[in-house]
Ligand binder design. Structure first.
Ligand code: SAH
Length: 442
């Protein structure tokens, strides 16, 4: 009955992971993926509402599907998932989008599977219940990197953030379930695993005997993996045990995603982030003492309600002083039900844009300077894919920087750890030539 599916995804890595889980489940029902929504019997939109812009995109995309549904009726299932759908929204969204057949909350792909089985009856195959049978979906069977969610939801409730309202309170997945999934992925050729959580370093809070450091060390033992990463860390939960694990475990990449959001203590307090500028600086120092070459990425919000020019400059100066690596800069966007949405969004759009551009330029100059150290050096790259356009292989160094590799002769390099001599470096990527294949024993 339902033979073809199409999943459209925007937003964070968690959504990418949720879409992959769902794709795998749908394929176990016998469905195959199609690239065009118009050719599918099941269309799923996996949405993001962290700012107004992705929410607008999702709504536009959804509305564009309406004529298709009207013409195909019961032969087409449209499902909406991701952060547009929280518990509360699941009650009101059907009025707004009556042509959508099914609304599912984030990270619950099985609900859609149950719905389709109920509708499709015997035409659908049974679902593989055991995660050991977890299969990468067809389009991703050669994936080198995969995300694995370990903490779902979030309980921190930052003043501006909608995620807790959509993904619910945080809970840790059982370590044995996570390890099973990681083993299944490694057995299918995945070389790099990134453990995911909104606040990944809260992992295990409610589990006796488990925390993120311990879980990471266990994941590093899984046969076949070359690299392990984790994101996103919250400064208030980052501890010495975790930093030490990164310093000690060879497969654990020297790489931290550690958003500071604002560099001014009043704004940080308004945001309810739970740390001060000084504490953040101490954590970065501690990381750099133990893991001297660590890549540290961050997120920053500009134009939070009442943020003054001077307060914004504290953010600017913090980034300048710490010389972090990639910084994702977002303009403040009021979100439904959040604490800050009760306040006036009083920084004008042009001013937010000016602050964003200033920070972007600072990031670019820091990255130009930092990457400038690489030409002449040889680095280890995990190759992810081939770029037809340039004829180069694309991969990353342990710190996360993107490298394009020139390798004469088209031997397949995807999934290989290779040594690369860097010949050129720009702020956002580098180019180098293949030296030799690295340690094959991983
Ligand atoms: N859980 C992570 C990331 C959450 S969402 C954390 O605690 O940092 C990813 C990023 O989106 C955030 O780090 C923040 O910089 C940005 N963001 C979240 N809510 C926002 C809002 N209302 N307006 C603008 N940016 C926002």
């Amino acid at each position: 009955m339902y033979k073809k599916y199409h999943i459209w995804t925007i937003g964070c890595q968690m959504n990418v992971a949720d879409s992959r889980q769902l794709a795998s489940r749908l394929e176990s029902l016998g469905l195959t993926e199609v690239a065009k929504a118009g050719e599918a019997d099941v269309i799923v939109l996996n949405t993001c509402v962290v700012r107004q812009q992705p929410e607008d995109k999702a709504r536009n995309r959804l509305n564009s599907l309406k004529p298709l549904k009207l013409s195909r009726g019961d032969n087409l299932v449209i499902a909406l998932m991701g952060c547009m759908v929280g518990k509360k929204e699941a009650e009101t969204l059907p009025d707004e989008f009556p042509f959508v057949d099914f609304f599912l909350e984030p990270s619950k792909p099985d609900l859609l599977v149950d719905f389709l089985r109920a509708k499709g009856g015997d035409a659908l195959l049974p679902v593989a219940e055991d995660l050991e049978d977890y299969r990468l979906p067809d389009g991703e069977e050669n994936a080198v990197c995969a995300f694995v969610p370990i903490t779902l939801g979030c309980s921190h409730v930052c003043s501006y953030c909608v995620i807790p309202y959509r993904r619910g309170p945080d809970r840790s997945r059982a370590p044995e379930v996570i390890l099973k999934e990681v083993r299944a992925l490694a057995a299918q050729g995945v070389k790099e695993i990134t453990l995911l959580g909104q606040i990944v370093d809260r992992y295990g809070m409610e589990l006796e005997e488990w925390n993120l450091a311990k879980l990471l060390r266990a994941v590093c033992q899984v046969d076949g993996l070359a690299r392990v990463r984790f994101m996103t860390s919250h400064p208030a939960y980052m501890d010495e045990e975790l930093i030490t694990a990164v310093a000690e475990e060879p497969k654990l990449c020297p790489y931290f995603e550690l958003p500071f959001q604002a560099g001014n203590n009043r704004v940080l307090q308004e945001m309810r982030r739970g740390y001060t500028r000084e504490e953040y600086i101490r954590i970065v120092k501690s990381i750099r003492e133990k893991v001297p070459d660590a890549g540290i990425n961050t997120d920053i919000i500009v134009g939070y309600p009442t943020e003054s020019e001077e307060e914004f400059m504290d953010t600017y100066r913090l980034l300048e002083e710490l010389r972090l690596d990639v910084a994702h800069i977002a303009k403040y966007s009021p979100r439904p039900r959040t604490l800050s949405s009760q306040q006036e969004d009083d920084i004008p759009g042009e001013e937010k844009e000016r602050r964003r551009v200033m920070l972007d330029q600072l990031v670019e100059s820091i990255l130009s300077e930092k990457n400038g150290r690489y030409p002449g050096r040889t680095v280890e790259v995990l190759v992810e894919s081939f770029q037809e356009k340039t004829g180069r292989w694309r991969g990353r160094i342990p710190q996360g920087n993107l490298v394009f590799v020139e390798a004469d002769g088209a031997m397949p390099l995807a999934g290989e750890l290779v040594q690369v001599a860097i010949t050129w470096a720009g702020p956002y990527s580098m180019i180098g030539t293949l030296q030799e294949k690295g340690d094959e024993t991983v």
